[in-house]
Design a protein around this ligand. Structure first.
Ligand code: PLP
Length: 477
């Protein structure tokens, strides 16, 4: 494709992209296709001859789009958002055009230096101490794995790095019984073993009980285990519960245990001064992760990972074969030494575009709007005696269920809520997901899509109530 043809096609696609943004609400939020629908429409092998862009784009519209769940639809209330925004998309277009591989400073100095600066902007914005350093990773899971590996190397005095695992066993990782599966995955990969991830019980608000953490660590030490790492969650996936960072920090400090903070979703909200109190104790932590690709309007993937002591990270991950040696080694950051992959995308550009476009004021305004909308919904749920909050609202996440007073049997209530979720999502008008809290089937509504407005939440609430009543009526309760 020559540049003229590229220009023509790009203009057409940008037109389509702008139309998509304008009309995204016309698509069903959750893809309605049955399994294999898409697969069966795609040719079974590489086409023998090149095809025209017109034909490819036609298939994009006819084959690909029906298989899309529209995460950018403002009626997307499921999981946690994976938001984008116009400045982020524009930056991604430029990034794709430049096709930069930013593994080392020399392979594109700006990829490194802009990343360094963006991590400083975020670090200072969310209240991480200014001696910490940050690096962009692809996912919170990867950052948590890095934290566990780094903790392992520090504990073993870098012996595992050198000699492998021999003679270095009985490691333990601690997290609450609510924390994300990425911790178990990280522990599996790091050779700690899933059975050595000790899940500390939580209180009524599903926050880690730090007293029990302390007891468990003392017991483990007595039994000859090496406490390796504690993962505190600021915003659990199920209900956005906040573990008590300060108390956990004191325990980590007392025993010299690596403390990693997983704020994958909620981290963005620490840009708001009114939420920075939750970060109290951060100075006692060793690493911190949050995803601008969730609630900070920056396309997936973009994870911000911060460490207190970058030397420990570098000791764990750096490796320098002859073919990667450059004259600037030792003088600059080479981010390939700050994590697992060698190759690195130029992800700081989209962060720069987003943070400049919105400014702190604009980012805070959107985050506050989302939290206010969740507060509004919380009040509405309180007003309707057939619904209840299963746990109190946390930031912009509402965990609730339909609970008509005529039904007392908990299993029946669970079934009704499961049906309610299925019906709502099949309508295509909105998308919610669920969690289970102490056996209670709970609907989760995360109000944080870039373009969500009060009208979307009002309409969603109206639909939820209507469908719930219809289900209950059909059951003749
Ligand atoms: N930690 C928490 C608290 C999460 O909510 C999630 C995902 O929602 C993750 C980790 C994993 O994030 P990622 O998909 O970036 O690995």
């Amino acid at each position: 494709m020559n540049p003229d043809e590229f220009r023509k096609q790009a203009h057409l696609m940008v037109e389509w992209m702008a139309d998509y943004m304008e009309h995204v609400e016309d698509y069903p939020v959750k893809s309605q296709v049955a399994p294999k629908t898409i697969y069966n429409q795609i040719e079974s092998s590489i086409p023998d001859h090149g095809q025209e862009m017109e034909a490819i784009f036609k298939d994009f519209k006819e084959v690909v789009l029906p298989g899309i769940t529209h995460w950018q639809n403002p009626n997307f209330f499921a999981y946690f958002q994976a938001n984008t925004s116009p400045p982020s998309i524009l930056a991604e277009m430029l990034t794709a055009t430049l096709g930069v591989q930013g593994m080392k400073w020399e392979t594109s100095p700006v990829a490194t230096e802009l990343e360094e600066k963006m991590m400083e902007w975020l670090r200072d914005g969310i209240g991480i101490p200014n001696e910490w350093a940050g690096v962009i990773q692809d996912s919170a899971s990867m950052a948590t794995l890095s934290a566990i590996l780094t903790a392992r190397e520090r504990l073993s005095d870098y012996q595992v790095n050198e000699n492998g695992f021999e003679g270095f066993t009985k490691l333990r990782v601690y997290c609450s019984d609510q924390t994300h599966s990425s911790i178990e995955k990280g522990a599996k990969i790091a050779g700690v073993g899933k059975k050595n991830v000790i899940k500390i019980p939580t209180n009524d608000l599903l926050e880690m009980r730090s007293g029990l953490l302390q007891e468990q660590i003392e017991k483990d030490i007595e039994e000859g285990y090496h406490p390796l790492c504690i993962v505190a969650a600021l915003g659990t996936t199920g209900t956005m519960a906040m573990d008590p960072l300060e108390a956990i920090g004191r325990i980590a400090e007392k025993h010299g245990i690596w403390l990693h903070v997983d704020a994958a979703y909620a981290g963005a909200a620490f840009l708001l001064p009114e939420y920075q109190g939750l970060m109290k104790g951060i100075e006692k932590a060793d690493s911190f992760v949050f995803n601008p690709h969730k609630w900070l309007f920056t396309n997936f993937d973009c994870t911000a990972y911060f460490v207190k002591d970058k030397k420990v990270l570098l000791n764990t991950f750096s490796i320098l074969p002859e073919y990667l040696k450059t004259a600037s080694d030792g003088l600059v950051n080479n981010y390939c030494d700050w994590g697992i992959p060698l190759g690195r995308r130029f992800r700081s550009l989209k962060l720069w575009f987003v943070m400049r476009h919105y400014g702190m004021e604009g980012l805070q305004k959107l985050l506050r709007l989302h939290i206010d909308l969740a507060m509004w919904l919380e009040t509405e749920i309180d007003k309707n005696s057939s619904f209840e909050l299963v746990v109190p609202r946390s930031m912009n996440l509402i965990c609730f269920r339909y609970r008509p007073y005529e039904i007392e049997d908990e299993d029946a209530i669970n079934t009704i809520n499961e049906q309610l979720l299925q019906h709502l999502n099949a309508m295509g008008k909105l998308y919610l997901t669920h969690t289970k809290i102490n056996g209670i089937y709970t609907l989760r509504m995360s109000i944080g899509q870039t373009n969500v407005a009060k009208s979307h939440v009002e309409k969603a609430w109206e639909t939820i109530q209507k469908v719930a009543e219809e289900i209950a009526m059909n059951k003749k309760i």
